[in-house]
Design a protein around this ligand. Structure first.
Ligand SMILES: [Zn+2]
Ligand SMILES: [Zn+2]
Length: 396
């Protein structure tokens, strides 16, 4: 089977779907129109459809005509609260919401893969499950977990799972992947520094939480410098500081919000413990107290199964026109990680950086723009992986 030719045939439909989705982005857990769009198209291809899975999720099931294994392919569907500034003629029609992470392209490419696979059911072994997931951008309670809780990885049990992300960090025509830890666990924390307010002219009668919070911010960076093994990737960022109302009032409290990123569970649990110890210790030394809270249910580390990933790379390298590269891990988070905890599989990046087309802005930028020529590669890659891994003896 020549998947790239099939994808080229489906390309006008993929691009049309993508642009329609791009004009009507919906934020996490509000993907009603998007999931309707997905369900209707899957049904028109003769794919079995289940709606309302884990919120607004949609699952399509396609049985091949031959016996084989069960392969799940996943696309996330949510847009972001960003006002679009990209110079495209199909700009978002929804004020303040944009597909700034390219999840519109993920949906369109997975629908493209469904088109290719459903048109070649006679050649197909096993079963393909198309997982259209809500709310990847939601943080802790992303859409993968409720879909798993709704049973998408069971009945029939998924043997392999694959997903991709469109990425401006890589050039158009490149696929980036690596075995093992690939994306970080993103743990969000809040530190409430509780002092005692008073008059700005008499700080000695107060416990100034702003002053103490400043020390906490500095000390937290010491976790990275002095408490985490330097050969383990780790970053800590305090991204929000809230306190005070007026220059001559010392407030009662200050709140810090931040994130830590790690690529292994050992570093992760040590870092979380240290954030709490350092914040509490610094506060105590100035007479204040700290309340430290980590978001529950943060995404796990995204770990690509080494063996599956090696085989997947071999499969993808058969496609003409693209280059499959091993890339460094990144410290962004992904709740595709949750599917990878249930079945071996691979998450990979599809490059879309192309200066000649103005596709130079990073994911999440209000000017983020996708090189639509790469969508056919994405659709073909997903279809290829489902086809090859559905084979009872594995990839040919
Ligand atoms: Zn994103
Ligand atoms: Zn994303």
């Amino acid at each position: 089977m020549d998947f790239l030719s099939e994808a080229k045939r489906a390309e006008p439909e993929i691009v049309k779907n993508r642009r329609a989705l791009h004009q009507h982005p919906e934020v996490a857990y509000h993907e009603e129109a998007t999931s309707r769009f997905v369900a209707e198209r899957l049904e028109s291809m003769g794919v079995g459809v289940k709606r309302g899975v884990g919120g607004t999720g949609v699952v399509g099931t396609l049985k091949g005509s031959k016996k084989g294994r069960v392969v799940a392919l996943r696309a996330d569907m949510d847009g972001l609260p960003v006002q679009e500034m990209a110079d495209v003629e199909f700009r978002s029609k929804v004020d303040g919401v944009m597909h700034a992470c390219g999840h519109d392209t993920h949906v369109a490419m997975l629908l493209g893969a469904a088109r290719i696979l459903s048109g070649n059911r006679d050649e197909l072994s096993g079963t393909v499950k198309f997982l259209f997931q809500p709310a990847e951008e939601h943080g802790g309670r992303g859409g993968a977990l409720p879909m798993i809780e709704a049973g998408v990885m069971k009945d029939p049990k998924v043997d392999f799972v694959f997903g991709l992300h469109i990425s401006n960090n890589q050039k158009s025509g490149e696929i980036g992947v690596r075995e093992g830890s690939f994306m970080a666990a993103p743990d969000t924390f809040k530190v409430k520094v509780v002092g005692r307010g008073g008059h700005g002219s008499a700080p000695h009668e107060t416990i100034d939480p702003i002053y103490v919070a400043a020390h906490v911010i500095l000390a937290l960076q010491g976790i990275s410098a002095r408490m985490i093994d330097p050969i383990r990737p780790f970053v800590i960022t305090v991204g929000a500081v809230h306190s005070g109302t007026k220059e001559n009032i010392i407030p009662d409290q200050a709140t810090l919000e931040g994130t830590i990123r790690t690529l292994d569970e050992g570093t992760r649990s040590r870092a979380k413990k240290k954030v709490e110890e350092v914040a509490k210790g610094v506060c105590r030394s100035f007479g204040a107290t700290a309340e430290v809270e980590f978001e529950q249910d943060a995404y796990p580390v995204t770990v690509n199964d080494p063996r599956t990933t090696r085989e997947a790379v071999k499969v993808l390298r058969k496609m003409a026109g693209i280059k499959v590269k091993e890339v460094d891990p990144i410290l962004g988070g992904e709740d595709f990680s949750r599917f990878l905890q249930k079945a071996p599989g691979t998450f990979y990046f599809l490059g879309t950086n192309n200066a000649s087309k103005g596709c130079v802005y990073p994911n999440h930028s209000s000017r983020f723009k996708v090189d639509e020529d790469v969508l056919k590669y994405g659709a073909a890659s997903l279809a290829m992986l489902a086809y090859e891994f559905g084979n009872p003896k594995g990839p040919r």
